[in-house]
Design a protein around this ligand. Sequence first.
Ligand SMILES: Cc1cc2nc3c(=O)[nH]c(=O)nc-3n(C[C@H](O)[C@H](O)[C@H](O)COP(=O)(O)O)c2cc1C
Length: 210
Amino acid sequence: MQRRAFLRLALAGVTAGVPISACSPTQRSRRRILLAYFSRPGENYYYGGRRNLSVGNTEVLARMISARLDCEVHRIDAVDRYPANYEATVQRNVREQQTDARPAIANPLASIAQYDTILLASPIWNVRAPMIMTTFVEDHDFSGKIVHPVTTYAMSGLGTTVDDYAQSCRGARIGTGLAVRGEETRSADREVDSWLRRTGLLDGRARTGE
Ligand SMILES: Cc1cc2nc3c(=O)[nH]c(=O)nc-3n(C[C@H](O)[C@H](O)[C@H](O)COP(=O)(O)O)c2cc1C
């Protein structure tokens, strides 16, 4: 879908509420898998309208993955937090994309050296990952690592994340991605299970290019 067409559709909505319980951002693990994600709670796109989310869709998906997979979880927070208001976030994101911005991260990870597989999870904003995901990946050396893009979205699936991470995660191989429609994240158990089986992540095998 064209960016402008999506924005037109996305800006014509209504607001509703859905309470979701919070999840713990960091877990210990013996395996070498990192799940790094960004997610924004607040007013969001919902089947052409709007809904207020106390926990963002990507955070819900990150919880589902980490409940099944032995991994460490890192939530990426912005220094300048994104507004709860949907339209204000759309406008800020447009500015950040147009200026190729690198929004500052409040809780940067010192290193990803101890991991060999990195799951990069985010919403799709204007057909790509939010610019703060670029801030995150450019901070690290991905040589020899496998990156799996994970997105929640309204219409754009993985958007341009596969190509973008192939460029920005220098030295990484890009593994099978997972794209879950935001409105359906809370019932995506089978999608998540199927993806985990296909990637071989559950049994420690690394598969790419599927
Ligand atoms: C600023 C902004 C831009 C968005 N642009 C797109 C888009 O281009 N394509 C799409 O499919 N969804 C788009 N969406 C919808 C989100 O990707 C979707 O609602 C996602 O599940 C939100 O995840 P989160 O709750 O973790 O932030 C956009 C949402 C926002 C707030």
